[in-house]
Ligand binder design. Structure first.
Ligand SMILES: NC(=O)c1ccc[n+]([C@@H]2O[C@H](COP(=O)([O-])OP(=O)(O)OC[C@H]3O[C@@H](n4cnc5c(N)ncnc54)[C@H](OP(=O)(O)O)[C@@H]3O)[C@@H](O)[C@H]2O)c1
Length: 250
């Protein structure tokens, strides 16, 4: 029996930890990426206590050496990777007129460059899997269509510059990887977890991490004829937060 191996970045808490838990409950071996050892080991213990086959991998997505070491370790231990969930993300900075460029660089370093860095390091391992899946955890706030649609609640929310624009960049990064890999069995998609109560937003979100992680799990376990190059997940309409899921506009 072959084992399905998944790497989730930023898996020591929030949506990432829950994604690891849900994939682990499906029998997937979960590699919980975390940049800090204590937090990573705590996540490993929690996942194992819940019955998952889980291991902590030290992985700071902004640190090329740590990413290379993680890829080397996965190659040595497992020889391939079936699922990569680029989940690690940060939110910083103020509205456009008060933007601190250092905060923008910090956000892009994790949310955009980190995804490219980790994906390229893991691609040789993903190519060795029969049908790998890449999930880039993005956001509806990166959708230019939603942010400019007067009927969308998103168009009326105050927004900083760095985070939404980093997710817009991540959306295009997703499209371009999907195009690059279209002649392979690999599927690359962007996930919208919806506004979820985590440390990222001071726990103000109205969705639970269990609901949010289902979006990443859905895209991580797409069948062979599943889509590639879409933004999929929670649909937030003007009527109500609701529980509808589907393809979001770019
Ligand atoms: N919460 C929402 O409403 C929402 C909505 C849409 C999209 N998202 C996206 O969902 C993803 C997960 O966010 P969350 O809400 O679960 O936030 P969270 O609870 O703050 O978790 C973020 C995770 O990313 C990790 N991380 C940050 N910088 C990192 C780095 N340089 N290298 C590796 N890991 C790093 C954090 O690790 P540390 O503990 O070490 O900081 C943490 O594990 C993010 O991409 C976020 O943009 C969230």
């Amino acid at each position: 029996m072959t084992t399905t191996i998944a790497l989730i970045t930023g898996a020591n808490k929030g949506i990432g930890l829950e994604t690891a838990r849900q994939l682990g409950a499906r029998g997937v071996t979960v590699l919980a990426g975390a940049r800090e050892e204590e937090r990573g080991l705590a996540a490993e213990r929690e996942l194992r206590a819940g019955g998952a086959d889980a291991a902590f991998v030290r992985l700071d997505v902004t640190d090329p050496e740590s990413v290379r070491e993680a890829a080397d370790w996965i190659e040595k231990e497992y020889g391939h990777l079936d699922i990569l969930v680029n989940n690690a993300g940060i939110a910083r900075g103020g509205p456009p007129s008060q933007t601190d460029l250092d905060a923008v660089r910090e956000v892009y370093e994790v949310n955009v460059f980190g995804v490219i860095r980790v994906t390229n390091a893991m691609l040789p391992l993903l190519h060795r899997a029969p049908a790998a899946r890449i999930v880039n955890v993005s956001s509806e706030v990166g959708s230019i269509s939603s942010m400019t649609d007067p009927a969308s609640p998103l168009a009326h929310m105050p927004a900083g510059l760095a985070y939404p624009s980093s997710k817009t960049a991540l959306n295009m990064v997703t499209v371009l990887y999907a195009r690059d890999l279209r002649d392979t069995p690999i599927r690359v998609n962007a996930a919208n977890p919806g506004y979820t109560a985590t440390d990222l937003n001071g726990n103000r979100g109205f969705r639970s991490v269990a609901e949010a992680a289902q979006v990443s799990v859905h895209l991580a376990t797409l069948p062979a004829d599943g889509p590639s190059g879409i933004l999929w997940g929670h649909l937030w309409t003007a009527d109500a937060p609701g529980d509808a899921y589907g393809i979001l506009p770019w």
